[in-house]
Write a protein that binds this ligand. Structure first.
Ligand SMILES: [Fe+2]
Length: 379
């Protein structure tokens, strides 16, 4: 994703993800609504080059390490080790028994689908302008891709996590005509629960690296963004991608998905399907975390495939760091065998280089892989 970017008393848990109904709703054969256009056939601007085409069924599913946060007290060191191993490999983790109640996750999915189910006319009025804190992007509004994503999205820039309150949520949903106050309260509650989950994950990451538990606590002072994604059915899914191969530029991403497969991860040069498991959160390392760990952790390379039968929904919670953050690795990670890999830089410097590269080389798919950007900073 490219946007810059405490549990309550409800005791609903995520212990039984299987109860999360598969949302395989039959879709009609109406012309596909995509962004602010309707298409019966795939226009050229959406078609990916032959070497980048993919079919979900052609790939194997890969195991995703599960991080069970209910074991925080009893098996903390093992959780930290599992997180570190997955991050070192550039793989997703699946967070189970996190603090976000299943009811809130369902509510987010219901409301998200309601939003994207609005008419093209309504949504086209919500395309981002200026310094909007929330905006819609049908993909024909994105001009700097080598080909357009077969997807729609709605971004919310919520600002520093510690300052998010109901007023912030109201501002970010002001143009969301299907939102009501009940939804806004649920959304805020979700954020509070996600923050609690993030605090635990940050502690485990730090401990897995041999650092003080609060080493990454400043991350909670940085901005968080929500990116709502909707991948419509596609008459020719082999010719498009819901999201091209990319890494996320920020620090960390949590993803809530519905039960439609399509997410893939690349490991050791091979693409694998990532199974959706309701009630869980997928988590991935992003570019800034790779730099901050001296390259020990790897930013997760991923993409999204679409299909002709079932639309797909997800929401990505994009965790960033403060722009002035010095990304020099902690001294605990540096020794003779592990010398500094990247020169001194701040998060802002990375973002600027990333955006410039993407704008100048928009037709080159490789520029969306953070490794090509990060390499600019090698010593
Ligand atoms: Fe992404």
């Amino acid at each position: 994703m490219t946007i810059p970017e405490p549990p309550d008393s409800s005791t609903v848990t995520t212990e039984n993800p299987d109860s999360y109904e598969k949302s395989k709703t039959a879709v009609s054969q109406q012309p596909v609504q995509l962004g602010v256009e309707q298409v019966d056939e795939i226009p050229e601007k959406w078609k990916v080059s032959p070497e980048n085409r993919a079919v979900t069924s052609a790939f194997e599913f890969i195991d995703v390490p599960a991080i069970d946060l209910s074991l925080m007290e009893t098996d903390r060191a093992e959780l930290a080790r599992k997180l570190r191993d997955a991050a070192t490999r550039g793989h997703f983790c699946r967070i189970v028994n996190h603090d976000v109640p299943l009811e809130l996750m369902k509510e987010i999915e219901i409301q998200g689908k309601k939003f994207f189910g609005q008419s093209i006319e309504v949504k086209s009025e919500l395309v981002g302008r200026g310094d909007a804190v929330a905006y819609y992007t049908g993909n024909n509004t994105t001009e700097w891709r080598h080909s357009l994503h077969w997807a729609e999205s709605f971004a919310m820039l919520l600002g520093p996590w510690n300052t998010v309150d109901l007023d912030v949520v109201k501002k970010c949903t002001a143009i969301w005509v299907t939102a009501d106050d009940e939804f806004r309260k649920a959304f805020l509650k979700y954020l509070i629960c996600l923050k609690s989950t993030t605090e635990k994950i940050l502690q485990l990451f730090a401990e897995g690296l041999g650092l003080k538990s609060d080493f990454y606590s400043s991350v909670l002072e940085a901005g968080i963004a929500a990116r709502w994604n909707y991948y419509p059915v596609c008459p020719e899914p082999d010719e498009v991608l819901g999201a091209h191969s990319h890494t996320d530029p920020q620090f960390l991403t949590f993803i809530q998905q519905d039960q439609v497969d399509g997410l893939q991860v690349q490991l050791d040069g091979q693409w694998y399907n990532v199974e959706t498991v309701g009630g869980t959160l997928l988590m991935s390392i992003s570019d800034l975390f790779q730099i901050w760990t001296n390259g020990l952790f790897k930013s997760v390379l991923h993409r999204v495939l679409v299909n002709r039968d079932v639309p797909r929904f997800s929401i990505a919670w994009v965790i960033s760091v403060v722009h002035k953050q010095d990304l020099a690795p902690p001294e605990e990670l540096i020794d003779e065998k592990h010398p500094r890999v990247y020169r001194d830089l701040t998060a802002m410097e990375y973002f600027q280089t990333m955006m410039t590269s993407r704008l100048e080389k928009a037709t080159d798919p490789r520029v969306f892989n953070g490794q090509t950007i990060i390499d600019n900073f090698r010593i």
